[in-house]
Design a protein. Sequence first.
Length: 298
Amino acid sequence: MQMSKVSIRFFGDKEVRAVWDDGKSKWWFSVVDIIGVLTDSKNPRKYWSVLKTRLKQNKIQLTTKCSQLKLRSNDGKFYSTDCLLHEDILLLVENVPSKKTKKFIEWFTYSDETIDGKSKSKAYALFDSSLLETIEVGTVKGLQQIHGYLFGGLYEFAGQVRTQNIAKDGFQFAMARFLPETLREIEKMPESTFDEIANKYVEMNVAHPFMEGNGRSTRIWLDLMLKRNLKRCVDWSKINKKDYLTAMKKSVTDSTQIKALLQSSLTDKIDDREMFMKGVDYSYYYEQENDITDGGSE
């Protein structure tokens, strides 16, 4: 099996790992991850072992459809993990008692068809795109190129600097009438050191030049500056979502916390496919609303 990319989806705050099969043009999903989110089991591997026995006794031919694929665990090592294709996951879910079943099926079935889902697929493709090598790093135009690529065909304003005022959680981003001048000033900011790059990133976040999709575009913009000037990028999987969002809110007046989070997560794996894909997964995860209620297993 040829695997071109590994993806991490998020059901609530829990990871569901997946591997793309080039030959079948389909995703394989980690069984133990799905059992973990459905049951909140402290030992989903053991749960799956017991369930496999029960399925065989009931003559449900699910285990024979599993493929063992090597996936990276939390300790950074790769372990063989039972995986199932999309259509077989639905059969698995039917045989795992859980109050989360309905919500999980809705998420699992439709998440790739949303604007975010389609944009995320475009973000994955960016790694192999010629655009990645032609983007004007650290410039407003470069950020527009990224935004236009991620949201082209999804938002009519893709790649266009907003002309309306926007606010979030009571905070007013840069006023639209001053935005062109604000962006010109940000573009002039130096980016030869980590502190300078982080300052530029923070200021661009305060500017929020687009109606939607600012965070996802600007995080890629940040990584490209780090890659060009420091030969580093951010391993976003090391940054907790709550910590990141809290630090970004504080960065309007004090950037100390966000700088600490970013600096402690720097890696030299700037050309690593999995690192890029994982960065996309976490970047989109930061934007998800956590509206999945806890139910536990029945």
